[in-house]
Design a protein. Structure first.
Ligand code: CTP
Ligand code: MG
Length: 250
């Protein structure tokens, strides 16, 4: 008797996970920056439209703060077969992502499936860049992230006598990259990596992206060249730049 198992049953699926539970303190717009309007829509609406156009993404899970009452107004019609929402945001980005991974498991994702974690605030993301990341990482042992080699000279800073910023020193920029998102790892690697890092306050404070948690386990994620446009809306002036770029796209 022969046992036939369809190969697609073993093919890893790709899920997107979008942490959207931050308060946006640095952006100074008086509320969470992901809901601030840019080119006619909330920041996160642009982000989710781009992820929704990536055919290989099975579903996108958005992690909201438990008391979020506005997501549905800003992204009407998002929830459905490919758009999932979980109100499980935590005190840090890493906690929001870890809680979102639990939700993906509940919804049937498997440890060998890929998760592409992408900041709600990176609203300039384009489907081709996500495809480029998937192409580069889907056969990799570890996974990887979009990133850019540093172009500017890098300074470390100290606070001067009047509270002003002053150069403390110049940091060698050779071989240094700025990490972006999406960051793509298998669920069965990323979840234990985040849980381990979060279990110790010293490492919990230092993991500002998924890769840093995976690195603690001794892995070397791939660096895939991203794009300058894929910046994270962070400071007050970033909204106008995002608006210019989004409104002049073909
Ligand atoms: N994020 C989250 N849960 C948190 C903190 C952040 O889901 N507890 C999300 C944010 O909504 C954002 C992404 O993680 O989409 C990247 O974080 P960041 O740019 O730092 O956003 P904020 O934390 O909202 O901004 P700030 O640090 O200026 O307060
Ligand atoms: Mg933050």
């Amino acid at each position: 008797m022969s046992l036939t198992i369809a190969s697609h049953e073993f093919k890893a699926r790709c899920y997107a996970l979008v942490p959207c539970a931050g308060v946006g303190e640095r952006a100074g717009v008086g509320g969470p920056k992901q809901y601030h309007p840019v080119a006619g829509q909330a920041v996160v609406a642009h982000t989710l439209a781009a992820l929704g156009a990536v055919a290989r993404i099975e579903a996108t899970l958005v992690v909201l703060s438990p008391d979020d009452a506005v997501f549905g107004q800003h992204v009407p019609g998002f929830e459905g077969a490919k758009g999932w929402v979980a109100r499980v945001g935590g005190a840090s980005r890493a906690e929001s992502v870890a809680n979102g991974l639990n939700e993906l498991l509940v919804r049937g994702a498997q440890p060998h499936d890929w998760v592409l974690v992408h900041d709600a605030a990176r609203c300039l993301i384009q489907p081709d860049w996500v495809d480029r990341l998937i192409d580069a990482c889907e056969d990799d042992e570890v996974g990887g992230l979009l990133a850019l080699p540093l172009a500017d000279t890098l300074k470390s800073a100290a606070v001067g006598d009047q509270g002003e910023a002053r150069v403390q020193g110049t940091v060698d920029r050779a071989g240094k990259w700025a990490a972006q998102t999406p960051q793509m790892f298998r669920l069965g690697l990323l979840r234990p990596a985040l849980l381990l890092a979060l279990s110790d306050p010293a490492t919990a404070a230092a993991i500002t992206d998924e890769a840093s948690a995976v690195e603690i386990l001794g892995h070397q994620p791939r660096l895939i060249p991203g794009a300058y446009d894929n910046f994270k809306v962070t400071w007050p002036g970033d909204f106008a730049l995002a608006e210019r770029l989004l409104s002049t796209r073909p």
